[in-house]
Design a protein around this ligand. Structure first.
Ligand code: 23J
Ligand code: MN
Length: 261
């Protein structure tokens, strides 16, 4: 690569012609967490912040806290080891994934209108192909994320999970859509909901297809992304790096996008 490309990026960052967009939800005790029904086992707890000192007798000149935090909390990264289908793959945990995976071009499929009309909206293969016909082909090792504007519900667990007696209602991909994206060798799949799958995904074949099929292919997931409405369909660079948890199955991230203004 010519060194001038990075020099141009540096100039653009300094001049403001490249903007950094924050795709991250606030992380704290009010962050919504996934609720899975008892048939699926245990749930992840809410974030807890434990004070160590606050410029007081426990630390006269300093403030610090320690955190109680699930790996899959808030805006977060799913590693292949998160799912049984990815459990034996090499480089499948947050400390062993090659860092090249954390920075890449991102394709933004806007299905906000469809999701507003139908909270159970499912992205299909035909819908992805229609997007590609309009915006260009999805390249290998690029990220694919679905904009739904669901992040606007991310202030409260009730509106975010959107559950009734039939379970949660939130948009996501069909199993076939994920198969198609895996066939394109994408870096990973992300969306704005609590996880990478639709609310109805527990009843799909296979259950939780974005998890099952993406992680089986050694690829990654991003959940609870925000502000995808600020990104172009193509052309942005996504930066989404998990903490280097030893043997981690996932991690909260500070998800960022670079866009040109
Ligand atoms: C475990 C089981 C089902 C789901 C999830 C976790 C997530 O969404 C997650 O955060 O990975 S749907
Ligand atoms: Mn997760």
């Amino acid at each position: 690569m010519s060194a001038t490309i990075l020099a141009d990026v540096a100039k653009a960052l300094l001049s403001g012609s490249i903007e950094v967009v924050d795709l991250t939800a606030p992380l704290g005790p009010n962050t919504p967490v996934l609720y899975l029904p008892p048939q699926f086992g245990k749930n992840t707890p809410s974030v807890k912040v434990h004070e160590i000192s606050q410029y007081d007798e426990n630390g006269p000149f300093w403030a610090w806290n320690w955190l109680e935090l699930g790996e899959h909390t808030g805006t977060h990264f799913d590693a292949p080891s998160h799912w049984i289908t990815g459990k034996d793959l090499p480089g499948n945990t947050t400390d062993t994934i090659p860092p090249q995976a954390f920075v890449g071009p991102v394709n933004v499929i806007d299905r906000s209108k469809e999701s507003a009309e139908n909270p159970d909206y499912l992205l299909t293969v035909d819908s992805i192909k229609a997007w590609e016909a309009e915006h260009g082909e999805i390249e290998a090792n690029s990220w694919v994320v679905m904009r739904t504007d669901w992040y606007k519900r991310n202030g409260s667990t009730e509106t975010f999970l959107n559950a009734d007696e039939n379970g949660p209602h939130s948009p996501g991909p069909t199993a076939e859509a994920i198969e198609y994206l895996v066939s394109k060798n994408i870096m990973g799949w992300g969306q704005e909901t609590i996880g990478t799958d639709a609310g109805s995904a527990g009843g799909m074949n296979p259950p939780f297809p974005a998890h099952n099929l993406m992680h089986k292919a050694g690829r990654y997931g991003l959940a609870s992304l925000c502000h995808l409405d600020k990104l172009p369909a193509k052309g942005a660079i996504l930066i989404a790096a998990p903490l280097k948890f030893v043997k981690g199955t996932g991690s909260p991230i500070r998800a960022l996008a670079l866009i040109s203004k």
